[in-house]
Ligand binder design. Structure first.
Ligand code: TRP
Length: 362
């Protein structure tokens, strides 16, 4: 049977937050521990981070270790998953160079994620070529490791579509070589796009609306207690709305019936709590306190593991170095196959010389 291989990753432009956790990290750990995958590659996408931070390499450098620590602290186990640094796998840039020939400018312009990011970064007037190209480099990331499964957040869907198109085109033009990957989105709807604590759709450092995985218990509590709820829910007896109510979205993403049994036994489950809130008579503070328990329970083991890895930075460095070495070897194999399929492997096979001899024989 064909191997089952995971590739996924994150740009090291900041610490990872609960949005990353709900949207992808938690799932990765479950997939890792399911034992169903033959290989798992988790990439710190520093080269991709530079496509829109070219003038700020210090930011990328500063966040390599942060992201590695975040990975390890959520339970990515280096014995089961290979964590590596993108820029050291130079085969990826070579693959990107060849894949570029299979994609049109207009197709890249239509990529919704790229479109949105161009707007967000005010790149309209002057889009860096490297940034514009990053969906192609992402196809290289995925195919280099023959990934069958790519667990990511919903925003990465257009990247996967672009990758699949490249795979189909490559295999059509040069013969069956690349593996067609499948995206794996979170099953829980609330995890698809967790809003910021202020209710805004986008979590960002500058808005100060994210709960980071590395945050202290007190900071988490403060952020939970000041979360956006229903602005019309003023007195406790008022009926409350769930729509756009961040506290309930976070509960949808994180709470289980077990949490109710432990912290709020008057309710059997989230449906009962929601019903009471909508009816009126349930105050925001009570719901927030419950959410705080839920978040603390989720984040406490992550915080503890982080502290443990922070005290062993040399080991983390070795984990990255070893992981990168293995990733490089895997990508080199795929690159050799790609070059063979493209008939640009002149020195690797005896045929080229034989053909030339025949051609020039007198
Ligand atoms: N684009 C992803 C992000 O912004 C990072 C990434 C780069 C990635 N290459 C990838 C994710 C390949 C999945 C597969 O976080």
């Amino acid at each position: 049977m064909a191997e089952k291989i995971i590739l996924t990753g994150d740009r090291p432009t900041g610490k990872l937050h609960v949005g990353h956790y709900a949207g992808s990290l938690k799932r990765r750990v479950e997939l890792q521990n399911s034992g169903e995958y033959d290989k798992i590659y988790i990439m710190i996408a520093d080269a991709q981070a530079l496509t829109d931070n070219a003038d700020n390499p210090a930011k990328v450098r500063d966040n390599i270790m942060e992201v590695a620590l975040d990975y390890l602290s959520v339970g990515i186990d280096p014995a089961k998953s290979n964590i590596f640094i993108q820029s050291y796998v130079t085969e990826l840039t070579e693959l990107t160079f060849y894949y570029q020939n299979l994609v049109t400018v207009s197709r890249l312009q239509r990529n919704p994620t790229v479109k949105a990011e161009i707007q967000m970064r005010n790149f309209e007037a002057s889009i860096p070529v490297g940034f514009f190209n990053y969906p192609i480099s992402q196809a290289a990331d995925i195919t280099a490791f023959r990934a069958t499964t790519v667990p990511v957040g919903e925003d990465q869907m257009p990247m996967l579509e672009q990758t699949k198109e490249i795979v189909h085109k490559f295999n059509f033009v040069y013969g069956d070589t690349l593996v067609d990957p499948q995206i794996l989105l979170p099953e829980n709807k609330a995890c698809l796009r967790l809003p910021g604590t202020d209710g805004k759709a986008k979590m960002s450092k500058s808005l100060g609306n994210c709960i980071y995985l590395s945050e202290s218990e007190a900071e988490v509590k403060k952020k939970v207690m000041s979360m956006f709820t229903d602005p019309d829910h003023i007195r406790i007896e008022d009926p409350g709305k769930l729509e756009g109510n961040t506290v309930f979205t976070y509960l949808d993403a994180f709470c289980t019936d077990g949490h109710f049994a432990e912290y709020l036994p008057e309710y059997a489950n989230l449906d009962e709590l929601k019903a009471h809130y909508m009816r009126g008579g349930l105050g925001d503070v009570k719901v927030k306190k419950f959410l705080n328990h839920v978040m603390q329970e989720e984040l406490a083991p992550i915080r503890a593991r982080r502290a443990e890895y922070e005290s062993r930075i040399d080991d983390v460095y070795e984990i990255l170095r070893e992981g990168t070495k293995k990733a490089q070897a895997a990508a080199a194999e795929t690159l050799a196959e790609v070059k063979h399929a493209m008939k640009i492997d002149y020195f690797e096979t005896p045929e080229f010389l034989a053909e030339q001899r025949a051609k020039y024989a007198k």
